[in-house]
Design a binder for this molecule. Structure first.
Ligand code: ZN
Length: 207
């Protein structure tokens, strides 16, 4: 897990102060789907808080995730946001103990079926090598299908679901997988520090 700043990913016609601010994203959760849902702030916040509100933002995110997803063309940004919306609805429901919306399940199935995978075995000089081959016959994108498939495997495992947590900072919308059960913050260096500073100010009578 790491908190990274993705600077100046916004459209150049936006206010300079906004463009310079950059966008923080929590990267490196065990499944790419959790990184994906954390590219957007809660509903009602400015579009600038959505990393995927521009092609440049999406490209920056794909560069960071490149080693974790299959090779191939970058998918359409609308399709990426559609997958994110389904994953966000699904994971929010799981975190809050609500029933998962059927529409989100159908969406995830759609993305998985659009580019199914098969395993290919080939002989090497020393033995056998197995590799995953993604099929694009139906026009699907392997990167999206991979993120959906990896999420489905993880979110159908109760031991993995029990690790999903919302950041302990009430002003933060990030969700993470607490591999370490003591983890409370999306990023200790940001939300953890803010909480410590607030506690210090309360004790010191600063508020
Ligand atoms: Zn946080």
């Amino acid at each position: 897990m790491a908190l990274i700043e993705i600077p100046n990913v916004y459209d150049s016609d936006m206010a300079v102060s906004t463009a310079r601010r950059g966008r923080f994203a929590v990267i490196g959760e065990p499944v790419v789907a959790v990184d994906l849902i954390n590219t957007v702030a809660p509903p009602g916040t400015p579009a600038a808080d959505d990393l995927l509100s521009s092609d440049r933002g999406a490209e920056a995110w794909w560069r960071i995730e490149a080693a974790r997803v299959p090779d191939g063309d970058l998918p359409d940004i609308q399709a990426l946001r559609r997958l994110r919306s389904a994953l966000r609805n699904m994971i929010e429901a799981l975190v809050e103990g609500r029933p998962v919306p059927q529409a989100a399940v159908s969406e995830l199935n759609f993305f998985m079926q659009s580019a199914p995978a098969s395993t290919r075995l080939r002989l090497t000089g020393t033995g056998l090598h197995a590799e995953t081959h993604w099929h694009c016959e139906y026009g699907g994108n392997p990167k999206l299908a991979f993120i959906a498939t990896q999420a489905a495997e993880s979110l159908s495992d109760p031991s993995q679901v029990s690790r999903l947590r919302r950041c302990a900072n009430p002003a933060c919308s990030m969700i993470f997988m607490a591999v370490n059960p003591r983890r409370s913050w999306c990023a200790p260096g940001v939300c953890g520090n803010r909480a410590r500073v607030a506690r210090h100010h309360r004790r010191a009578g600063g508020f």
